[in-house]
Each structure stands twice: as structure tokens, then as C-alpha cells.
Design a protein around this ligand. Structure first.
Ligand SMILES: Nc1ncnc2c1ncn2[C@@H]1O[C@H](COP(=O)(O)OP(=O)(O)OP(=O)(O)O)[C@@H](O)[C@H]1O
Ligand SMILES: [Mg+2]
Length: 455
């Protein structure tokens, strides 16, 4: 028999997942910064560990040994003083200590020790010396390791006097240790600088590749040569090959359709000729109308296929661009308002983009009286809204109207019709810029067509 536990669909998120998400949020997002972090973080950790171990072991131990040695000498002097008392012997001891041991000693008359000094915040030497004196001599003492920077002073209460010792700080303390740390910081600084320089060179080709792919997505041409490490170059060549294949497929399709339309046009001409030669009846007139419409569609398609192929992207001033469109619309007798916000300089293919907007404005003109064009450019996109006060398009038809040769006007005004290619062309252009067109409701009650392309 199997026992099944109730499983709740909402399981608590494991803490490590929450933690890694937090960490990911804190970490830099760019490849360069991340790579630097990967190089620098281990180095810094290694240094911290090394420094700690060094301080803890080496530095402390050496200081301990040195303090031990100094205390040995002082203890020896104290013992000698006790065994050979007398002023002459003291003088001899002072001289020997100075010449052989490199420490200054003095025998002071017995009295009180000065008040104890406050302990320094971080000092191995103070602790080491205190320990050693307590252990080896075991008499009351006074210690100054802070006062005069290069020297330390020790006073020890002997039976009949006070022994005052002034020794070089080096004698009790591994004072050159900080040089080790300086060297470590210095060399790692050099290493980091070298790493930054090298990493920059490694990452630049990846950024170039990303830039080229992005430009291709926006329909811009960029001079791109693969560089850098083998894998990056491989990716670069693969990208170029892919780009070439896409372009070739595109070209092939256009050429083929072009050819087909062209052939059809020739046949249509023959049709028309035959029709003209026939006796005019109701049927031939209908036929003629159909043939005319077919020809119009073919012409429109041919114009589209010929298109703006080969046009390259350029910087344009959107404000001027819109002003031109407004003037054209006014000349055609339509009241048109424009508004623009943001930086007006944008890179796109001017003729193609104009055709896109003209198609949308043309639609508004054939369905409405008042048109308003509103453009906003932000960090990433240029967005153009074209609003009219016409009948609009019902939401369930808004995708259909983008289909080539699809027209809603059958119930409206069929005769002054277009071919139904306008929106298809406009969307094609927007997409070739890496953007798109969407349709919605305008505030004026008509249609709002929105073109949005990345800048
Ligand atoms: N602003 C608009 N208001 C109302 N209906 C519209 C509007 N724009 C487009 N439509 C509808 O969408 C259909 C498709 O538009 P599209 O621009 O593709 O073709 P068209 O304008 O009929 O012909 P063409 O633009 O090729 O001359 C149109 O037939 C029309 O019914
Ligand atoms: Mg149209």
C-alpha cells in the first residue's frame, strides 16, 4: 500500500534560490564587469587569507621570538646585577650591555614605577613583551612601547633598584612585516591593471558581434569583421553566414514574385486587348472592371517588390520629417496636427519609413477628416501614433487588415478602393526596422495606428 502525502501546489521557494536571485541582482550585468569580478574576486580573497595567515603565524611568532630574546638579555643583566652588586660592577654592566647587546640600561634608585600607560589598540609587541617579562623575570615592571617611536622602554623593579632598559623597537618586533603586505598589494594592483587591459581586448569582439546582430535586426548595415578568440570569431563567421542566407532567401523570394507578377502583367495586357476588340456588352464591361482591378493590384505589388531594397539607414530629424508629412496632408486638404517629444535625431531608412507613415496617413485620409500625428522618442524606441476620427476597424479584424490584398471596404466604398496592400507594406517596413505596427482605438473615435521602431 502506498501512502501519499498531500502535496501543495505552492511549495516554498528554497532559500538558496532566493539567495542566488538576490546575489544576481547585486552582481553587475555587463560581461566586462562580470569577467573582471571573476578575475579580481579570487585574487582579493587569496590576499585576505594570505595576509591573515601571515599575521597570525609568521609575524606574531617572529615578534614572540624577538621579545623572548630581548627578555633573556634583560633577565641575564638583572641576574648579574644581583650576583655582583656594587657601583663598579653596575658601570661595567652598562658598558657591556651597550657594546655587546645594543641596549641602554641604567640603574635607578628604588622608588615608585610611573603610572601604567593605556594599552595601545593593536600591538603584538606590547602583549608579547609583557608575557615574556612576567614569565622570565616575574617582578613588577612598567612598559612603554608607544612613546618614542623607534624605541621601547622597560622598567623593572629589582631588590635594591629599578632597572631601566631602552632598546630599539626592532630588537623585539618584526617591524619590516608591512613590506610584505605592501609588496602584495603592489603586485596585485599591477596584475589587476594587466587583467583589465587584456579582458578589454577579449570582450571587445563579443560586444562588436552583439552590436552587429542588433544592427541587422534593426535593418541597418554595419561593417563587421570577426575578431578575437577562436570561438568568438567562429560565432562571428556563423553570424555573417546566417545574415547572408537570410538576405539571399529574401532576395530570391522577391525576384521570383517579381517575375511572376511581370509575366501575369503581360497576360493581362493581352486580356485587355482582346476585351477591347470584343463587342461591348454588360459582361465584357464587368470583365473589364475585374481585369482593371487585377492590374491595379499587380502594379501595387510590383511597386512594393521593387520597394526600397538597398536603401541604407541614415540619421534623420523626426521633427522635420513629420512636418513634411503634415504639409503634404494639408495640401491634400486634411486638417492635421503633429506633436513630438524627445531627441529628434533618429537612425532609420528614410524613404522606407516615409512610405510606411504615408500609407497609414493615406488610410486615415480615405476614412476620416481630422488626423493627428503624435511621436515620442525615448531611450529605446521611436513611437508614432496616427489617430483619425473615421469609422475605425473592429478589434476582431485588426489582424486581418494586415494581410496583403485584404480590404474591409467591400461594404463601404469599394469603387475608390486601394489594393489592400498598404498596411501589409507598412508592417513589413516597420518589421524590417526591428519594430512593428499595432492598431487600436483613437480618442477621436476612429483608428489609432501605432508604429514603434527601436532607435
Ligand atoms: N484609418 C482607417 N480607418 C478605417 N479603416 C481602415 C483604416 N485604415 C485601414 N482601414 C481598413 O483596412 C483595410 C486595409 O488597409 P490597407 O491600407 O492595407 O489597404 P487599402 O487602404 O484598402 O489599399 P492601399 O493602401 O493598398 O491603397 C482597408 O481596406 C480599410 O478597410
Ligand atoms: Mg491603404
Amino acid at each position: 500500500m502506498s501512502l501519499s502525502l498531500p502535496v501543495s501546489s505552492e511549495q516554498p521557494r528554497p532559500w538558496w534560490r532566493a539567495f542566488s536571485r538576490k546575489l544576481a541582482m547585486l552582481l553587475p550585468k555587463g560581461l566586462y564587469a562580470r569577467a573582471l569580478l571573476i578575475v579580481i574576486a579570487p585574487m582579493v580573497i587569496l590576499q585576505c587569507v594570505l595576509t591573515y595567515v601571515f599575521m597570525e603565524r609568521h609575524w606574531q611568532r617572529v615578534t614572540m621570538r624577538l621579545s623572548n630574546a630581548l627578555t633573556n638579555e634583560i633577565a641575564a643583566i638583572a641576574d648579574l646585577h644581583q650576583v655582583y652588586p656594587g657601583r663598579k660592577n653596575d658601570d661595567l654592566l652598562v658598558r657591556i650591555a651597550q657594546q655587546r647587546l645594543d641596549i641602554d640600561i641604567e640603574f635607578l634608585p628604588k622608588g615608585e614605577l610611573p603610572p601604567a600607560l593605556p594599552k595601545p589598540f593593536f600591538s603584538i609587541i606590547d602583549a608579547a613583551l609583557s608575557n615574556e617579562i612576567k614569565r622570565q623575570i616575574g617582578k613588577p615592571f612598567w612598559l612603554d612601547t608607544v612613546g618614542r617611536s623607534n624605541f621601547i622602554e622597560i622598567r623593572i623593579v629589582l631588590d635594591d633598584s629599578i632597572l631601566r632598559v631602552v632598546a630599539l623597537r626592532n630588537a623585539a618586533y618584526a617591524s619590516n612585516s608591512h613590506i610584505f603586505i605592501l609588496w602584495m598589494i603592489g603586485t596585485s594592483f599591477v596584475l589587476i591593471v594587466v587583467a583589465i587591459a587584456f579582458l578589454g581586448n577579449q570582450i571587445k569582439p563579443i560586444l562588436l558581434l552583439a552590436g552587429a546582430a542588433e544592427a541587422f535586426g534593426k535593418g541597418r548595415d554595419l561593417d563587421f569583421h570577426p575578431r578575437g578568440a577562436r570561438e568568438v570569431r567562429q560565432a562571428g563567421y556563423a553570424f555573417i553566414e546566417m545574415k547572408r542566407r537570410i538576405e539571399r532567401a529574401f532576395e530570391q523570394r522577391t525576384t521570383m514574385l517579381n517575375g511572376v507578377s511581370h509575366d501575369l502583367r503581360t497576360i493581362l495586357m493581352r486580356f485587355k486587348l482582346s476585351l477591347a476588340l470584343m463587342r461591348q456588352t454588360e459582361e465584357t464591361r464587368d470583365l473589364q472592371k475585374d481585369v482593371d482591378e487585377m492590374q491595379r493590384m499587380l502594379e501595387a505589388y510590383l511597386a512594393f517588390a521593387r520597394g526600397d531594397a538597398g536603401e541604407s539607414a541614415a540619421e534623420i530629424d523626426v521633427q522635420e520629417f513629420l512636418e513634411d508629412l503634415r504639409l503634404d496632408a494639408e495640401r491634400a486638404g486634411f486638417e492635421t496636427k503633429i506633436a513630438f517629444a524627445g531627441d529628434p535625431v533618429v537612425t532609420l531608412r528614410p524613404d522606407a519609413f516615409k512610405r510606411c507613415l504615408v500609407n497609414l496617413i493615406g488610410n486615415a485620409q480615405s476614412h476620416a477628416e481630422h488626423i493627428s500625428i503624435e511621436a515620442v522618442r525615448d531611450q529605446r524606441f521611436l513611437t508614432v501614433h496616427i489617430d483619425d476620427d473615421g469609422p475605425g476597424i473592429p478589434p476582431n479584424r485588426r489582424e486581418d487588415v494586415f494581410r496583403p490584398f485584404f480590404r474591409l471596404d467591400s461594404a463601404r466604398n469599394q469603387d475608390e478602393g486601394g489594393t489592400g496592400l498598404g498596411l501589409a507594406i507598412a508592417r513589413d517596413i516597420a518589421r524590417s526596422h526591428g519594430g512593428d505596427i499595432s492598431l487600436g482605438d483613437s480618442q477621436a473615435g476612429g483608428l489609432r495606428a501605432t508604429v514603434r521602431v527601436p532607435v
